[in-house]
Every structure is written in C-alpha cells, then in structure tokens.
Design a protein around this ligand. Sequence first.
Ligand code: F3S
Length: 407
Amino acid sequence: MYLTKEEERVLSGEGGYAQQVAMKILVALGDIFEADRLIPIESAHISGVSHKTLGDAVDFLEKLQEEGAKAQVPATINPCSLDLEKWAEMPVSKKIYTAQLHIIKLYSNLGVNPTLTCTPYYLKKPRKDAHLAWAESSAISYANSLLGARTNREGGPSALAAALIGKTPRYGFHLDENRKGEFLVDVHAPLKSAADYGALGYLVGQSAKMRVPVFKGLKLCRSDWLKALGASMAASGAVSMYHILGVTPECPVGTKAGRVWREGKPEETIIVDQKQLDDAYSSLTTSKTDVPDLAFIGCPHCSLSEIEQLAQLMQDRKIKKGARFWLCTSRHVKALADERGLTARLEASGVEVYCDTCIIVTWLKKAGVDSLITSSGKAAYYAPQLCNVEVDFNSLQEMVQKVTKLA
Ligand code: F3S
C-alpha cells in the first residue's frame, strides 16, 4: 500500500508509539486486502467495550492512554456490560462496575465519545458516500445499506487504529465496484414485523456469507425493520451491505442493471416463501415456555418509534409475576423517550429500560434468566451461544401476550 511521506514518518515511529502501532495495524490490513492507499474517514465506531468480553485488551488501551493517544476524528463506542446509572439493578457487583468504568474512562481519555450504543447513526447520521471505519456488524450494515455511507467490517482494534490515525485503507466497501449486488433474493411472503425481517435476515445470511444480496418483493420497508434485517444477516452470515430494488440509496427506482449487479446480472436467485420463513422462526427457537423469564427488545438498540410501539402495546397491561421485560436503547434515544413520557409509561407497567448495555454483553444467567423471548433475530441467534439461555423467537405482539396481563 502506498504511504505518503507523512504516513511513512508515523510508521517509523516519529509520531510516537501510539500513532506507530495504529499505523502498523492499518498498513497490515491494507497489505492483506491489497488497498492502494489510506483515505480520510469522517468517523470511527469501536466495539470491544464490555468487561465481559474485553479481556487482556485493557492493557493495550492503558498503554495507548499512557502514550497520550487521541482520536483524530469523531469516534464512538459500542455497549458495555451494564447500565451506568442503574447498574445496581443488574446482575453486576461493585467490582465489575469499577472495572467497566475503568475501560470506559480509558476510551474517554483516548478522545472517544463514550456513547455506549450499537446505533451511533441515531446520534449522528453519516452522510451518503462518507468513508467510515466502523466495527459492530449491525451498524455497518445500516450505514452501508440504508445510508449509503462506506465502511468495511472493522474489528475493535482496526476501528480504534483508524480513529487514532483518522484514516482507513481503501479497499472493500470503500470502492464502488464492491458495493454492487451479487445475488437476488426474491421474497414471496408478506413480511409484517421486525421479527419477520429478522427471520428473513437469518435465512439469507446463511447463504450469503460475505456476498451482497439484492432484495425484491419487500413491500413494507420501515427503517426499524430493515435494521433488523441487516443485523440478522450480519449475525448468521457476514453480510455488510444489501440493496432493496427501488428502495435503498444505491438502488433507487429505475436503476440500470449495470449499476445494480457486479457481473451485469445476479449470479443466482434465491426465492424465499412463507414456509422457509416459518422454518427460520423454528430454527431460531430453542424452546417455548408459557411464561419466559425475560422478554427483551433492543438488539440493535431501540429507536424512538420502537419504544413508542412498545408503550402503545403495554397500554393498560402489566408484567406477569415471575417474568421481566427489558428494553435496551441509547442514552440519546432514551432522553427523547423521557421527554415524551414514554419511559415513565413503560416503567409504570413494569418494563425495565436500560441504556449503555444489552443482554448479549452482560451476564444474563446471573440475572436468573434461563428462558428468553425476543423479536430480535440477532439476539435470538446469539443468546443461546453467548448467554446460555433458551430462546423463543417471536413477534413483539406475542412477547407482550406471553409476559404481560391486563392491569
Ligand atoms: Fe447491539 Fe448488543 Fe445487539 S451490542 S446489536 S444490542 S448484541
């Protein structure tokens, strides 16, 4: 990869240890993926924040802090293992709280905004064609597909390195040719909820792996539902970008085949019908209980409209004895929900609203949860493996039916 004189000086250590190590990471990546050069980025989003998963990487953050490293572009971080304000209500000890706070302080000292959310695009929406270096697969899919911004699927270290340098290697989804569709998904089923879109994403992710799918036949394309589609596809596969004919920004109505398809036409067509969708629900469900221990929404973190929807469904209802209902969102979106009285309404009906965290990055089992019901395809996919709980993957309406009753 070509480096400017200035970049070469940084690589040789003239800018200090932190800049050198960050540049080494970017150069190694660029060489592996045959990038031609580094390009400036407008923001970085960093994963690897939870005390549950970070491990020895804390030492690396400490070293960077000692060396005075600072982010050169706006940078944000993913959720951590607890709610910073309500941690005492969660299955975490003071010791864990202190350790988690230390990690967050390290990021803050590196000049990273401690947003603790996987939906940084609700805080600041990247502009179309902006180059980014984002980790967090669901956010990558959202940025590339729904906003037309450009990011590869970064890991925590490469996103942090990009933040410290303010640049990323130019390859993959930064280039026009790699953003084009590779195969067609023809949907022959009426999808009517976020869970349906999550089920579709789970199915397509399995056959897509890293390829770019193009959807047709999707009638209702609400952004919350497309967020669920992308998050599931990025979990069951490694899909970082998709298009919907006539809907997404790089595939508007009337787009010519040459602009849609990498090879001029789809390399295959996958038809998805109702039976396959039903099978996806079954695959993501490991067990069904009449009253699960926990109902959960907020993977990815809830938007304001998702919070509004739950508040509406919870009207005149309360949580059944023995069950709990968690909603996870960002501080930014919660503040908007607070202003509208939605948080107070949800909490009055027994819903627990948490920020800064999610069920996957905290210790669900320690909260006494053995069985989970969720409408999130991504959470349903990861919870059995990462939280060791049984999952009922279901619609939001069914969740509310199962864990609540009339007040
Ligand atoms: Fe976000 Fe946690 Fe899901 S980080 S995308 S809510 S697994």
